[in-house]
Write a protein that binds this ligand. Structure first.
Ligand SMILES: Nc1ncnc2c1ncn2[C@@H]1O[C@H](COP(=O)(O)OP(=O)(O)OP(=O)(O)O)[C@@H](O)[C@H]1O
Ligand SMILES: [Mg+2]
Length: 285
């Protein structure tokens, strides 16, 4: 039977490294020999398309070499979805873009906001299962791993992502409220699990943007390690290399060693280790 491993980067908080982690985990898993699909359901400024140097434009004809979205991911949440799925043979192909670094990508599209609103009118027993159906119908027999980048808020799109993924990767950066954030995430997942009758779990907690020079960083890593000994990952070092290379449309994995700071190499290494840990965690479940 075809099966695909699933994970979603999710914390109800902005700017903690969800998108960065989704991109780096996807590329690391590809480099380990897996066929990987990345799905952007967040669509914020640091979106996954930009992260891989893919410029999405509205129009078919452009001067700057951008590409336009033919079949948007938001269609999965719409009334016509079953019709599209049953009548367009190469639908998944038309939804995905190949990245330079290996994983395929389904970019965010402007329709996601409207899709979130429309889902509120869908009967409860179907509302949160749309994305899961898409994975079962089209993705499961094509890929080994699907990674969803989710919005940093609990909207209907995020709930679809959590339901489809089952496994949460929670990146957290040091800060006054981050401890509460983790407990809140636990509580949220428990609540959703019982509401939706699924078993949602945190598969990996990644302390991100960690600097050995900052005492807050050190105590934060200690706290996470004590609270979540089984699922804490390797802390990802704070490095200018991440943002700089995102702006150039690549992850740390696409950068030659001699163009990286020591911090960049450490961060890259941490994402490799974390991806191995995540994959073994997913296989065990
Ligand atoms: N290890 C790191 N070192 C330094 N900067 C980092 C690191 N990881 C991520 N960043 C930067 O932190 C910012 C937030 O990261 P990212 O966009 O991945 O977070 P997010 O949780 O997806 O945010 P949003 O909620 O806005 O979608 C970005 O500018 C990114 O370049
Ligand atoms: Mg993001």
């Amino acid at each position: 039977m075809a099966s695909v491993q699933r994970a979603a980067t999710y914390v109800e908080k902005g700017g903690v490294g969800k998108t960065t982690s989704a991109a780096h985990i996807a590329v690391a898993a590809h480099n380990m020999g897996h066929k990987v699909l990345l799905v952007d359901l967040a669509g914020t400024q640091n979106d996954l398309a930009t992260h891989f140097g893919i410029s999405i434009v509205d129009e078919e004809t452009t001067t700057d070499g951008g590409v336009s979205i033919d079949a948007p991911i938001s269609a999965v949440f719409g009334d016509d979805w079953e019709f599209l799925r049953d009548n367009i043979d190469d639908l998944l192909d038309r939804m995905t873009f190949a990245t330079d670094e290996g994983p395929d990508l389904i970019p965010a599209d402007p329709g996601l906001g409207g899709a979130d609103n429309n889902l509120a009118n869908v009967p409860l027993e179907e509302r949160y299962q749309k994305l899961d159906g898409f994975v079962e119908d089209l993705v499961a027999n094509q890929y080994d791993l699907v990674v969803f980048d989710l919005p940093g808020k609990e909207d209907n799109i995020a709930l679809n992502g959590l339901f489809a993924a089952r496994n949460v990767v929670a990146p957290l950066k040091p800060g006054a409220f981050e401890r509460d954030q983790l407990q809140k995430l636990d509580a949220t997942l428990e609540e959703i699990s019982s509401d939706l009758d699924v078993d949602l779990d945190i598969a990996l907690v990644i302390p991100t943007i960690i600097s050995s020079q900052e005492t807050l960083s050190e105590s934060f890593v200690e706290y996470v390690t004590e609270e979540y000994p089984e699922i804490v990952g390797e802390p990802v070092t704070k490095t200018a290399d991440i943002g700089n290379n995102q702006n150039n449309g690549r992850t740390l994995f696409a950068v030659p060693d001699d163009e990286l700071y020591a911090t960049g190499k450490r961060a890259r290494e941490a994402y490799s280790t974390n991806t191995e840990q995540l994959l073994s965690q997913l296989t065990d479940r």
